[in-house]
Design a protein around this ligand. Structure first.
Ligand SMILES: [Zn+2]
Length: 192
């Protein structure tokens, strides 16, 4: 079943003004739910806020957008992979779509294994220009899913009591497997 790339829609709520856009980082991080606006990867898998960057949706290197350099409405919390890929690329028609815009979801989707797909020509432009085909986006999505499942198992283990010995035994076995897998995914974080 296809789903939107973003688990939760980012919304820009910060009303402050700063002379330097980097001062917005703590606010934009929260507004973007600690995720890259484009690929939705969680920043905790890449050094948290320190490892993530602020992208200028309309590149300030283009003369007519220079005035937007410190404009919060033009900023996107971004992983270094998407930010680097996007760089100063811009296309006025059928180009990038602001990830805070609901329209973003009309052009890109994700399958049940976390792989990102383009749904339209515009989506394909974004997909190719942001390297959304990178395996890391798929892998990090799967790792996150695995961690959610681990938490679910913990919840059941906390709820089940006497009279459920078999269920408890099965869940404990699952837990062991999950812990083992997690060891490897932790090793993997810095490699992808
Ligand atoms: Zn990204």
């Amino acid at each position: 079943m296809a789903r939107t790339v973003q688990k939760q829609k980012p919304i820009r709520t910060c009303t402050k003004t700063y002379a330097n856009y980097t001062s917005f980082k703590p606010y934009i991080r929260e507004d973007f739910n600690k995720r890259c606006g484009y690929c939705d990867d969680l920043d905790i898998y890449h050094g948290g806020a320190r490892g993530y960057q602020i992208d200028h949706f309309k590149p300030h290197s283009i003369a007519r957008f220079t005035c937007l350099k410190e404009d919060y409405s033009n900023l996107v919390y971004s992983c270094p992979f998407c930010n680097r890929a996007k760089s100063n690329k811009w296309k006025d028609i059928d180009g990038f779509i602001d990830p805070c815009d609901g329209e973003y979801d009309h052009h890109l989707e994700r399958d049940c294994k976390g792989k990102i797909f383009a749904k339209s020509i515009i989506g394909f432009y974004i997909f190719v220009n942001l390297n959304l085909f990178l395996k890391r986006h798929e892998l990090l999505w799967m790792i996150e899913k695995l961690e959610e499942q681990s938490k679910e198992i913990d919840n059941y283990l906390g709820i089940l009591g006497e009279g459920h010995e078999l269920e408890l035994k099965i869940l404990r076995e699952f837990r062991k497997i999950q812990t083992e897998i997690k060891k490897y995914t932790n090793l993997f974080y810095n490699e992808i």
